[in-house]
Write a protein that binds this ligand. Structure first.
Ligand code: ATP
Length: 338
């Protein structure tokens, strides 16, 4: 069974250090939510409170509308997976996964069946009898996932589960975790500071900073419509343009506009509403080039805009450092902040 979770007015203070400040959050049954934010913003503290490993200073936590604020972890029925695989080094992969079931005095035959099924799910049947030291980091983390799922928890908590792995393994494990989560329809909360991970895995992202929630929404909403400069800057790349430099557009009461580098058009042809500039740097980034353009518009003053040029366009246009170009900031792509 999958459960809904509700965090209501939760604060956590350590001595005088406010780790969480009046956080409200609702998580639907079966939803995959990522808590995303810089180091120290309070995301692990929130996860620990949901697990019951710590108590809030204020506020309440509900599982399926039942107040669990004072329930110990053992009575909240969740699975948890950390950055360090934390497998028992002296037990085989199979016994690591079976551990919680043996503790629950499940029958041997039932344990065998369930653990076999979990190894199929993590596609690691051939490694069942190996010790953790005989497995790669990615394999150990898959075993840790199977172990977290073994007791058929109501929800799953993931604390930076992929950060210790190399890029390739991380990307394939992202997909596997998502597939398993969807197959089981298991309410899942993952802590990460990695925006790509959050954007690719989450149904909903909760962006945190300095103990508060800055914005929550689907990955598309967060990327396309950031509500404040922090979110715009933390997720993806962004050019900020201050009000006094942006008189080209009527900003009304807005203090600041911003635009993502991939939304800026760069050309050699002057036309309406474009700014003249000079290329000061070109960085090869694989599937795109990041071009720095020093803009010398009378109203913008001197500022550098980053422009992301897709690989194919970059190849055709052959831009060079030092050449003069024109950039267009389409009005509909501008993000405005008060
Ligand atoms: P990271 O990504 O670095 O793990 P985080 O967003 O998970 O960061 P938390 O670990 O939740 O951040 O910490 C939030 C704040 O609370 C930090 O300022 C931290 O120093 C403080 N904090 C966390 N745990 C404790 C504790 N047990 N005692 C005192 N202060 C703590």
């Amino acid at each position: 069974m999958s459960v809904s979770l509700k965090i209501s007015g939760v604060s956590k203070v350590f001595d005088k250090n406010v780790a969480l400040n009046n956080v409200d959050l609702q998580i639907q049954a079966g939803e995959f939510v990522c808590l995303l934010g810089p180091s120290g913003c309070g995301k692990s503290t929130l996860l620990r409170l949901i697990a019951g490993l710590d108590r809030p200073s204020e506020g309440k936590i509900y599982i399926n509308d039942r107040d669990v604020t004072n329930l110990p972890p053992s009575r909240r029925n969740f699975g948890i997976m950390f950055q360090s695989y934390a497998l028992f080094p002296n037990l085989s992969a199979f016994e690591n996964v079976a551990y919680g079931l043996r503790n629950k005095k499940m029958k041997s035959k039932d344990i065998q069946e369930r653990v076999d099924r979990l190894f199929e799910m993590i596609k690691l049947t051939s490694a069942k009898d190996r010790l953790p030291s005989q497995m790669s980091g990615g394999e150990q983390q898959r075993v840790a996932l199977a172990r977290a799922l073994a007791t058929e928890p109501d929800f799953l908590l993931l604390d930076e589960p992929l950060s210790a792995l190399d890029a390739k393994v991380r990307i394939s494990l992202r997909k596997e975790i998502c597939n398993i989560q969807k197959e089981l329809n298991l309410t899942t909360i993952m802590v990460t500071h990695d925006q790509d991970e959050a954007l690719t895995m989450a149904d909903r992202i909760v962006v945190m900073n300095k103990a508060v929630v800055m914005q929550e929404g689907t990955p598309e909403e967060i990327y396309e419509h950031p509500e404040n400069p922090f979110v715009a800057d933390f997720i993806g790349s962004i050019n900020f343009i201050d009000k006094e430099k942006s008189k080209v557009y009527d900003l009304g009461n807005y203090e600041r506009v911003a635009i993502r580098p991939e939304k800026i058009e760069i050309t050699r042809n002057p036309s309406d509403n474009v700014l003249r500039g000079r290329i000061t740097d070109i960085e090869f980034r694989g599937f795109y080039d990041r071009v720095s353009v020093q803009v010398s518009h009378v109203l913008y003053g001197d500022m550098v805009l980053y422009v992301d040029v897709p690989f194919q366009t970059a190849k055709e246009m052959k831009f060079r450092v030092g050449e003069n170009v024109y950039v267009n900031l389409p009005k509909e792509e501008l993000l405005c902040f008060e």
